[in-house]
Design a protein around this ligand. Structure first.
Ligand code: KG4
Ligand code: ZN
Length: 347
């Protein structure tokens, strides 16, 4: 084993990101640089990410992100051992921009090219931050995803279940819009919920009657819409108190579903008898304190370690792609210039 230095490129959604990660055998991996250019400003007036706008912005920003990441790491292209890039799943325009950029660098510098599944990038992050062993349980919960995975190896993921419709982040964003709060909605709804009474509105907790790990969040959105309309019909507007109570009721329902389904996922995971059981989270929604506290409680109940990487590594970033690429490189899992961009790519 030798020291490895890998560049990671991420452009599958609305963040353009590049980072350099180094791993020296026997020591903890280092993030030498981390550059993220957010497109929030470009999309905020459209109520979601506009694919065409995203693709153009990625094309414009990628070169600079990569350049900055190399400069910040004080690394030249020839010093790299490999170039890793998100090759799916995601918005095809963005994924293509990243893959083309990585191919150019790989061909020019004669460095191995490694395509990384974006979800695998999230799922392997706890090994970058905490050097944990396989197998571990992971809840990936973001604006676009919600699933439980047992991570058996760098390229072996067992999906236990997930949302059958919306992701919780989407529901938080939609709720914020309905309550007249800012975007992205998660942090605003969380702040409002702190001042609210979660018992005033009882929102549905779908699929808890089913023994599996599947979830549904679209009904929750509809229930919130109805509750809001009932208040509007009666009073013509929402008071701060109404906002806070609706936010609190909504958040409590999301937390309750994630908590109960986590319990079930843990049960399946623990049947594998892992030596040092670990439950890790990733994705923007894992920033939510109420959700974190609930998951920590479930882990404590069953003697399982709980890991929540720092938020900058939970949301989309280049370091997770560099790290996943590095792990693949160590196993000889290398691609070539025929690497294709895949809009859909289940783990
Ligand atoms: O992982 P992420 O940055 O992007 C992807 O979806 O890929 O996650 C963003 C999502 C948004 O929907 C945002 O509202 C949500 O994470 N989020 C939160 C919180 N912070 C961000 N949701 C609940 N509570 C939060 N504190
Ligand atoms: Zn992501």
């Amino acid at each position: 084993a030798k020291q490895l230095t890998v560049l990671g490129i991420e452009s599958s959604c609305d963040d353009t990101a590049a980072a350099v990660v180094r791993h020296t055998p026997g020591s903890t991996p280092e993030i030498l640089s981390q550059v993220v250019v957010s497109q929030d400003e470009l999309h905020k007036n459209f109520g979601g990410v506009v694919p065409e706008i995203a693709a153009r912005a990625h094309t414009e920003k990628l070169d600079f992100c990569v350049e900055d990441a190399l400069t910040e790491a004080a690394i030249n292209l020839p010093d790299l051992d490999a170039i890793a890039v998100t090759s799916g799943p995601g918005l095809i325009g963005g994924v293509l921009s990243g893959v083309m950029c990585a191919k150019g660098l790989s061909a020019a510098a004669n460095k191995p090219l490694i395509g990384v599944n974006h979800l695998a990038g999230h799922a392997l992050t706890p090994r970058l931050t905490n050097q944990i062993e396989f197998p571990y349980l992971m809840l990936l919960v973001s604006g676009g995803h919600c699933q439980f995975l047992i991570v058996h190896d760098v390229d072996r993921f067992q999906r236990l279940g997930g949302t059958i419709d919306d992701a919780p982040g989407e529901a938080f964003d939609k709720t914020a819009r309905l309550l007249g709060l800012g975007q992205p909605g998660g942090p605003h709804v969380e702040a409002a919920a702190l001042k609210g009474d979660p018992a005033r509105f009882r929102f549905p907790r779908p699929l808890l009657d089913r023994p599996d790990c599947d979830m549904s969040f679209s009904g929750l959105k509809t229930a919130l819409l109805r509750a809001r309309e009932a208040i509007l019909a009666k009073k013509g507007g929402l008071t701060r108190k109404d906002q806070a109570d609706l936010a609190a009721g909504f958040q409590q329902a999301v937390t309750a579903v994630l908590l109960e389904k986590s319990r079930r996922a843990l049960k399946i995971y623990l049947e594998l008898n892992p030596v040092k059981p670990v439950f890790a989270v990733a994705g923007g929604v894992s920033a939510n304190q109420d959700i974190r506290a609930a998951l920590e409680t479930v882990c404590a109940e069953s003697g399982v370690g709980f890991i929540a990487p720092p938020l900058s590594l939970c949301t989309d970033n280049g370091a997770m792609i560099a790290w996943a690429g590095l792990e693949r490189f160590q196993r000889g899992l290398i691609d070539d210039l025929s690497l294709s961009a895949r809009p859909r790519w289940p783990l």
